[in-house]
Design a protein around this ligand. Structure first.
Ligand code: PR8
Length: 469
């Protein structure tokens, strides 16, 4: 993959994932194959969230007065908001914002819903489209102006301790989610100047894309009582005192799908994990005239058997060359292809080919087939995840010398370094190098004699710096 950006645009188009020719910048269309991948991704996400959250759905529009009520929050978003000012021929009395995120839509309602400690913790989420007037270069899925798949969870708790615990629970859940998608990640606490507008602190998941740039693929924010004070979200506690709730929110977007595609792809196309592949197995009949029906019938029988075991299977019976079918399903990233021709049928075997190693193996067409295939796709999943993690781990390099940062990053790495944690020092480092501090990955032992990469002050943390999307 020499030119990642070109590869990415090509694959979205050729594999029928996204069509970005829609005549509004930053807004694109999900094509049916992409839509299926998106559905499976959402299914997984809902399954994880529904363990202890409930899904809801808010309106898209937010009254101006509500959006601007939380001053720090609005400052962070004011340059990114799309406004609706007219209804038909009439000017609206109040401007309405297309939600860039929904804190200011949701929290006034939380203030009505939450009354006593018995209403807590409250854990709701929605999966909606949001709009951000991004001024940086837009890219489908990665930086869109309409984020079509924005998962936002919003929780409220009685104490700070519980909200901190919720942050940890989200971290666990995200780990599980990204593992299902074969997306390796770095977790860090964003520096104070890069946290979510209105948050006490932000924990972010980043991955390293094939071009070495990092992509923020998920965030978890502890909002403290900033919003509950602004929107008056109070509860009566056991001691009859009225207190402000402590809140968190956590977001994911289409970027997750971008990362899954980019990290697991190669020059032949996609390598989708079986969790999200529209078809986990594609059967390709090799049709010769006199045997056509026998072959097709056997393919249908195999498909049914595998489907009964819960696998997603399709048969490509298009009237085109088998070679073209192989090419297409390699491009579309089906984890396992099965090929059945007249000779195979006679020998009672089928040829299996995993998308990751492209090895062809003959499998007996008997009652062991389903079991063997399941083992195969498990190995496939393990292998693509292992490769993805190896890539990430090989591209995180530690240095104690600030003069090495630029070279390491330009070679496609994220750089880990010892840091004092001071804002001034961090900002200077960003300015001097032109890269971004992702955040703190680890706190150092307070007894340690290690010094900050920039000066002689004691280092408190290990932090990451990178070229970011
Ligand atoms: C919140 N509020 O909003 P966040 N295109 C695609 N993905 C994007 C874009 C974009 N233009 N901008 C951000 N993301 C909080 C949490 C409710 C939920 C993705 O947080 O502003 C990024 O992966 O950090 C980001 O981590 C996630 O949306 C959440 O957005």
């Amino acid at each position: 993959m020499e030119n990642f950006s070109k590869w990415f645009h090509n694959i979205l188009k050729k594999a029928d994932i996204i069509d970005s020719r829609y005549p509004i910048k930053g807004m694109a269309i999900w094509r049916p194959y992409g839509f299926k991948i998106r559905n499976h991704t959402l299914e997984l996400l809902r399954k994880l969230l529904n363990r202890d959250h409930e899904e809801m759905l808010f309106p898209l529009l937010i009254p101006q007065e509500q959006l601007i009520k939380e001053s720090i929050h609005v400052k962070g978003f004011e340059d990114e908001v799309y406004w609706i000012t007219q209804g038909g021929q009439n000017d609206l009395n109040e401007k309405l914002a297309l939600r860039p995120t929904s804190e200011t839509a949701i929290y006034p309602m939380y203030s009505l819903w939450i009354r006593t400690h018995m209403d807590l913790p409250l854990k709701y989420y929605q999966i909606v489209n949001t709009f951000r007037y991004e001024t940086k270069h837009t890219r489908p899925l990665i930086r869109a102006r309409e984020i079509t798949t924005f998962k936002e969870a919003h929780t409220a708790h009685a104490t700070k301790k519980e909200s901190d615990k919720q942050v940890q629970d989200f971290i666990k859940m995200y780990k599980e989610f990204f593992n299902h998608l074969a997306i390796p990640f770095l977790i860090s606490k964003r520096p104070s100047w890069d946290k979510f507008p209105g948050a006490d602190y932000t924990i972010a998941f980043d991955t390293i894309m094939p071009d070495g740039k990092t992509l923020q693929i998920g965030t978890i924010h502890n909002l403290g009582t900033t919003f509950s004070k602004t929107f008056n979200i109070q509860f009566e506690d056991k001691d009859s005192q009225h207190k402000y709730v402590h809140q968190t929110c956590a977001g994911l977007s289409d970027r997750v799908i971008a990362a899954m595609i980019a990290i697991n792809g190669d020059d032949k196309g996609l390598k989708l994990p079986t969790t999200t592949a529209p078809y986990q197995i594609t059967i390709i009949p090799i049709i010769f005239k006199n045997k056509k029906n026998d072959i097709l019938n056997k393919c249908i029988e195999i498909k049914k058997t595998l489907e009964n075991e819960g696998l997603r299977v399709n048969i490509d019976d298009r009237d085109i060359r088998a070679g073209k079918k192989f090419y297409d399903w390699e491009l579309k990233g089906t984890p396992l292809k099965l090929e059945l021709g007249p000779n195979d049928l006679e020998k009672q075997v089928i040829i299996a080919m995993r998308r990751d190693n492209l090895e062809k193996i003959e499998l007996p067409l008997d009652e062991t087939l389903t079991h063997t295939i399941k083992e195969y796709i498990d190995k496939y999943d393990d292998n693509i995840a292992e490769n993805a993690w190896n890539f990430l781990e090989n591209h995180v390099k530690f240095t104690a010398n600030k003069d090495n940062i630029a070279q390491l990053i330009e070679q496609g790495n994220v750089v880990a370094f010892n840091w004092c944690g001071d804002e001034k020092c961090g900002r200077e480092l960003e300015e001097k190098t032109g890269y971004n501090i992702l955040g703190i990955s680890q706190t150092l032992d307070s007894q340690s004699e290690i010094t900050c990469i920039k000066h002689n002050k004691p280092a408190k943390y290990i932090a990451y710096i990178a070229k970011t999307y």
